[in-house]
Design a protein around this ligand. Structure first.
Ligand code: KIV
Ligand code: ZN
Length: 521
């Protein structure tokens, strides 16, 4: 759809992640990364990508140039109302598929007096000249009266009328410093519709900053009053507290279509991957409770909520996580979790335990959660093993081991394990004595295991110190921890590995037991 002619009910999404967003401290991107974000924005379905401020740096110039030629959507380059800025933006966009120059000049009294030192008539003249100059390079020109929300409304109306007359097809009304209140900002848009005679010849856009946390609310208020382009950014990144967040604005329109009656062209299922990509490239740690894309946005820990969601998702969720590209709601297992959620988690992990076993594990989860902030799947598996296999002896116990290593020698180990009274021995070589012993154990058990991490600590002082080894071993998809203690660090290492192997074997037994139970039913 042409960004010039907004349909009555369709809001144009103008994304400024790569301009206002990239301007934010610590968020800078290489041009290759900007291209990646631009492609994610295209697949998200935004209408306009503001790719940079070409006069600001060579990198910005090159980014606008490359993105403009590569992507199939409209690409805007920012410029002050100055000949050299506009010429640079024009040059960057010369071969763009669908170019727009976005010119801006501040209009508020405070900017006129202190920053620009210019009178009102001079501001109008420069704004009109800026639009006319930009039209020499491209057909599509947007004008922004910077700090519009703090500009005298009658003067703002005069500027808006003049730039539309000069040929601007989009006029943006920025709340540059995030000062406006939703009702006031909506009223300003309504005022412009009532007082600018040629307003129907342009799309009215809004660009809200989030200094008071109102950027999304203000943007929604603006579209309720006739604005049909909204300037947004992924994760709300932008100068200071940021801009209107794309994901919050778009989902607000979608979820409350009943009262807003407006749509966008955004494929909401692409929201989560795009936001996560931008956050990771921009080194931005998203707050856990960030609406739509934060880790907790679809996570439930309270027992009452978990129970409700398990019975009917909509009891505590206003949108389906799949609508924004998140696979499913997350039940966070913690001290507030109830038996229903713990049972669901146990089932997801592949077990189907008796009611008594689930009750016992739920209690253990709560006890553990008092001591530990995050309960991982591995913790729950350990509790399952402990509960289900409490009295069972370990599958393997260490009979003996022998290692040889030294300068010029290939590290070799012979290990004897006991399994149900049977003695099984094997030997292997390795990159070191411990690796050789682990390889020998793998040969005996026939289990495909991969050492993920190895950690050695001295638990007591002196030369006879007890060594404690902690290993994380990967068996298929599961990572299992094992610990071993001995004054001999090779023995501690062997015991740690064996402990992980035994936990894995116990888990497998629990699975197998469950399989047999399932078959009997
Ligand atoms: O916040 C602002 O006013 C801007 C303009 C350049 C649109 O970013
Ligand atoms: Zn801005």
């Amino acid at each position: 759809m042409s960004a010039h002619k907004a349909a009555k009910d369709r809001v144009i999404v103008f994304d400024t992640t790569l301009r206002d967003g990239e301007q934010s401290p610590g968020a800078s991107l290489t041009n290759k990364e900007k291209m990646e974000v631009a492609k994610a924005l295209v697949s998200l379905g935004v209408d306009v990508i503001e790719a940079g401020f070409p006069i600001a740096s060579n990198d910005d110039f090159e980014a606008v140039k490359a993105i403009g030629q590569e992507v199939p959507v409209k690409v805007a380059g920012l410029a002050r109302c100055m000949e050299k800025d506009i010429a640079r933006a024009g040059e960057a966009l010369r071969k763009a598929n669908d170019p727009r120059i976005h010119v801006f000049l501040a209009t508020s009294a405070i900017h006129r007096q202190y920053k620009l030192k210019k009178a009102k008539d001079e501001i109008v003249r420069l704004s009109v000249e800026g639009v006319r100059q930009a039209l020499e390079y491209v057909e599509d020109v947007e004008f922004s009266p910077e700090d519009a929300s703090r500009t005298e409304p009658d003067f703002l109306a005069e500027v808006v009328e003049a730039v539309i007359e000069a040929g601007a097809s989009t006029v943006n009304i920025p709340d540059t410093v995030g000062y406006a209140m939703p009702s006031e900002y909506g009223a300003l848009i309504a005022y412009l519709y009532a007082n600018v005679p040629n307003i129907d010849r342009a799309v009215i856009s809004v660009h809200c900053h989030n200094d008071l946390g109102l950027a999304v609310a203000n943007s929604i208020s603006a579209v309720q009053n006739g604005a049909r382009q909204v300037e947004v950014s992924l994760n709300g990144i932008g100068e200071r507290a940021g801009n209107c967040s794309l994901e919050e604005f778009v989902m607000g329109l979608k979820i409350r279509k009943d009262i807003l009656g407006l749509t966008t062209g955004v494929n909401t299922k692409r929201i989560y991957p795009a936001c996560r990509l931008a956050a990771s490239l921009m080194n931005l740690k998203l707050q856990r409770n960030k609406a739509i894309v934060g880790d907790n946005a679809f996570a439930h820990e309270a027992g009452i909520h978990q129970d409700g969601v398990l019975k009917e998702r909509r009891t505590y969720e206003i949108m389906d996580p799949r609508e924004v590209g998140i696979k499913e709601s997350r039940m966070v297992i913690g001290k507030h979790s109830g038996k229903h959620a713990v049972k669901k988690k146990i089932t997801e992990l592949g077990y189907s335990l008796s009611d008594d076993e689930v009750t016992a594990i739920t209690q253990k989860v709560k006890d553990l959660a008092d001591r530990k902030k995050t309960i991982y799947d591995a913790d729950i598996e350990a509790l399952i093993t402990e509960t289900v296999d409490q009295d069972a002896p370990p599958t393997y116990s260490l009979g003996s081991f022998h290692v040889t290593s030294g300068k010029g020698l290939t590290p070799t180990s012979t290990v004897t394990l006991m399994r149900g009274g049977e003695e099984i021995r094997d030997a292997a070589i390795g990159d070191g004595p411990i690796d050789a012993a682990y390889n020998a154990i793998d040969r005996i058990t026939g289990i495909n295991a991969k050492l993920e991490s190895y950690h050695l600590d001295a638990v007591t002082e002196g030369r006879e110190a007890l060594g404690q080894v902690t290993v994380n071993v990967k068996f298929g998809k599961a990572t299992i921890q094992g610990r071993g203690v001995s004054t001999d660090i090779v023995e501690a290492s062997v015991l740690a590995y064996l402990a992980a192997v035994n936990r894995y074997a116990a888990l497998n037994r629990a699975h197998a037991k469950e399989g047999a139970r399932g078959k009997k039913r």
